[in-house]
Design a binder for this molecule. Structure first.
Ligand SMILES: [Ca+2]
Ligand SMILES: [Ca+2]
Length: 377
């Protein structure tokens, strides 16, 4: 399936037709974009652009770096709390406040150890750069912690997105490789959360009256490594599933997405998990992957540089070492492209000019490079 020529594509698409949402996009080494290597980082995890075109980049071990693509300058950002980066732990997501121009607030997530157990925390600080160039997040405060903290180093999740109206912060808490917490109403693990901008649970969350933790927006999730709003305000989520069960979900408030009761994949030890089926009470994914892609980051592309892709989702593939495009049409989603990038892709970001920016994962043979994708013509 690798290194398909363009002439082989129509045949493959015909062969896949009718297989529903698990049809495989052709894995292609022929890319309709130019890839430029911009910089190199130590196991980067996430990035976000500042209004002036510079970017904040997080590295797994706990560094946040202010990077200027114009001249390659890297400035460490002071003020980041101590990160427990064992296993899948990391300094994770970084996203600007919706009112950044006014408040200079930066939100970020990280894994930490407290009292012998671990969990993911959400923090906020104020971006400040002195005249000598030194840069910091000031007045950093942890404004939300997953609950409960547990043992282990996996499935923290920790992705951050703001509602289009800028009023709410959505935060993902993975199920910490513990399965059942995803269905436990009191735990925030295995959940998508809706918070106020100060980290408190938002009023009116859909399950609070039923005794759920008041922050819960949706549940039954595994390892939620990407959330993004589309232009119509729909919230899309991707999560790393079990063997053969990576998913893209359309998130609706109060729904149960099934983990670990339902999955189109199966446990890594071979035990079956019932597939999603109509009437089982669990919301089925819009697309899923078997074999898996191991989704890292997610964006909804709204740029003008690749007009044909406006409105698509882009996903970084870790084990699949790929960039994945999912085409959206209202509430429908469909696999569109999967390009072989030759390295684990952790993060996708849209640049100010509409270029696609990727961060390699830095682990398992990847180099941790920052790549910029622009149209070939
Ligand atoms: Ca990002
Ligand atoms: Ca199954």
């Amino acid at each position: 399936m690798r290194h398909l020529t363009l002439t082989a594509l129509p045949l493959l698409l015909i062969a896949c037709a009718g297989d529903g949402a698990n049809s495989q996009a052709a894995i292609s080494a022929d890319k309709p974009f130019k890839t430029s290597v911009i910089a190199d980082f130590e196991s980067p995890w996430a990035m976000t652009f500042l209004p002036d075109g510079r970017a904040l980049v997080t590295e797994k071990a706990g560094e946040m770096i202010l990077f200027d693509p114009k001249n390659g300058t890297k400035i460490p950002v002071a003020g980041i709390p101590r990160v427990d980066s064992a296993g899948q732990g990391a300094l994770m997501d970084v996203v600007l406040s919706p009112a950044f121009a006014k408040d200079q607030a930066v939100y970020f997530s990280f894994s930490e150890a407290r009292d012998g157990v671990k969990g993911v925390a959400l923090a906020r600080g104020q971006f400040a750069q002195a005249s000598d160039g030194t840069t910091a997040l000031k007045d950093v405060q942890v404004i939300f912690r997953a609950s409960p903290y547990v043992e282990g180093n996996g499935h923290y999740s920790g992705r951050i997105a703001f509602s289009p109206d800028g009023q709410y912060l959505f935060f993902t808490n993975g199920e910490r490789q513990a399965f059942d917490p995803a269905q436990d109403p009191k735990a925030t693990l295995g959940k998508l959360l809706r918070l106020n901008l100060d980290g408190t649970p938002a009023a009116g969350n859909p399950l609070a009256a039923q005794g759920f933790h008041p922050a819960v927006w949706s549940y039954g999730h595994r390892n939620l490594l990407g959330i993004a709003f589309d232009a119509d305000g729909r919230l899309w989520e991707q999560e790393m599933g079990p063997k053969g069960g990576d998913e893209v979900n359309l998130i609706k408030p109060g729904l149960n997405y099934g983990w670990p009761k339902a999955s189109n994949g199966s446990h890594y030890d071979g035990r079956d998990i019932p597939d999603h089926k109509a009437g089982d009470g669990y919301e089925a994914p819009k697309v899923w992957w078997n074999p898996v892609i191991s989704p890292g980051g997610l964006i909804h592309y709204a740029g003008d540089l690749f007009p044909a892709w406006k409105g698509s989702l882009f996903i970084g593939g870790l084990s699949s070492q790929s960039l994945v495009r999912v085409k959206l049409d209202g509430e429908r989603a469909e696999k569109a492209d999967q390009w072989d990038m030759g390295a684990r892709i952790r993060e996708v970001e849209q640049g100010p000019d509409g270029a696609l920016w990727l961060l390699e994962d830095g682990g398992d043979g990847s180099q941790g490079r920052l790549l910029k994708l622009t149209p070939t013509l």
